[in-house]
Design a binder for this molecule. Sequence first.
Ligand SMILES: Nc1ncnc2c1ncn2[C@@H]1O[C@H](COP(=O)(O)OP(=O)(O)O)[C@@H](O)[C@H]1O
Ligand SMILES: [Mg+2]
Length: 383
Amino acid sequence: MKFAESSEVGKVDPLKGQLRKDEGGQGEKEKGQGEKRARGSKKNAEETVQTEGSKKNAEETSQMDKQVMVGEIKKIFEKLRRSKKNAEETVQMGKLVMVGEIQKIFDQLMGVIRDFLNSDAQVLAINIKGPTGVGKTTLVFYIAEQLSRELNKKVPFEFAQCNQAQDYHELLGYQKIAHRWIWVTTKFVDGPILKAIKAADKNGIAILLLDEVNGLANEAQKLVNPLLDGRNMVKYGEIEAKIHEGKLIVIGTMNELASGYYGISPLNQDLERRFKNVYILPYPKPDEEFKIIHEMVGGDVESNIIIGAIKLANHTRGEWGGPPISTPMLIAFISAFKVFSKSNIPDALTEAFKVGILNHFDEQLRGPLTEKAIDVGLLPHGR
Ligand SMILES: Nc1ncnc2c1ncn2[C@@H]1O[C@H](COP(=O)(O)OP(=O)(O)O)[C@@H](O)[C@H]1O
Ligand SMILES: [Mg+2]
């Protein structure tokens, strides 16, 4: 967790007073693996392009050109790396293309929030459901920004990335062991829920995002119940926090996949019921997704390629024996294509397809996916 500092050697269960071993958390581990995977696929992508590039060099170009080519590929990857960084920053800033259902849900949510601010209620509980990559998390950041603009003050925003390993300690807070010279002391570190409750009282309003809330372990889900059902509080052992004057908007997001490819862990019924405002964010319609991609990538890509990519994505969003292609994957693919074709990389489309899409899939799915891409007219025949 980001609030665990480096001096920390363990965490104390505030109830039992036991020292927890510093496990780093399953989520951290998963994140680590995810990063490794991402790094792996980027590396593969680099290797792929380099092999393609050097093949062409060997056949067609002189030694001098070879150097130019290697330099060129390096530049392209630097550019891609930078644009990926920008994309990440964009998510933080809450950039969204407002079309279709996401626009509708945004408008409805802002209405619900305004009503809440004019009411006596202290906690507003919202649940946004939908498959991966439809913009649930980004939408919440966007709402926080919009609300800050409307209220003309920064609305405090607490973000909890939920997962099985994130128990009451991480959500509420925990005793941290700190070393000062030869002394060992403890210090209580607030988790995102406590921070949000305190911020609501201090600033009059705060937002708490429980991202992928269905990923929370059962026990941790129970912790959230009294916050959402009118008691406006959380309690675990000695730790207790209640909202006295402020208003807190609690937004949970969760994946609910139409294709049912993943085992979806449901929310506890108790918690599910307490999220009074439920919104379902589906995949965008093809024309809406076209607009999203077009705007996010920044034009000058042949429409047919974007249309083909969307067709392929929609094929994977039904039952097909593998995970679906998400909008961010399409954006990555089309961005890579744009950069590759501008840089005269041979077979720009196929290379971008590998980097942006195929690398996300297990080996055995890559064949069928490529065939389908040819079927829908995205990739040319005969490769
Ligand atoms: N309507 C949209 N406008 C702009 N980008 C979108 C839109 N929908 C999805 N995206 C892209 O998808 C990315 C992932 O969104 P994210 O909020 O993480 O989805 P989720 O939380 O539903 O998994 C965004 O950063 C953006 O690149
Ligand atoms: Mg999300």
